[in-house]
Design a protein around this ligand. Structure first.
Ligand code: SF4
Length: 110
């Protein structure tokens, strides 16, 4: 079993690459409740102490950074033991990453 889950948190993107895999860009975002239910389902399958990864994907996931922060806050509060072994990854085009995101978030480490 993989200890990695991928959350497609937005279908929106600020770019229009010709090779893009996201053919139906739109303003849809993953509801918080859906992301939490995926996390909860995954956590039922892993043991405490196991390393696990949540990967944020889109579209451009930084366009929905508020959801990333909500998910982080939720896991930190509801699953403090699992939180210690959690790593995040994020697939981004890098164009909307800014100092507000970098400096305002405790989860960004570059
Ligand atoms: S940055 Fe990624 S999601 Fe956005 S248009 Fe390009 S390939 Fe598609």
């Amino acid at each position: 079993m993989t200890n990695k889950i991928m959350l497609i948190i937005t279908e929106n993107c600020n770019m229009n690459c010709v090779y893009c895999y996201e053919h139906k860009k739109n303003n849809s975002t993953m509801p918080f409740e859906v992301s939490v239910s995926i996390v909860e389902s995954h956590l039922q399958q892993i043991k405490q102490g196991d390393k696990w990864t949540v990967c944020f994907f889109g579209g451009e996931p930084f366009l929905n950074f508020s959801l990333i922060e909500r998910i982080d806050e939720y896991i930190q509060k509801q699953h403090p033991v699992h939180y210690k072994t959690l790593e995040y990854s994020l697939i981004t085009n890098g164009t909307v990453f800014n100092s507000k995101i970098k400096n305002g978030s405790s989860i960004i480490k570059i």
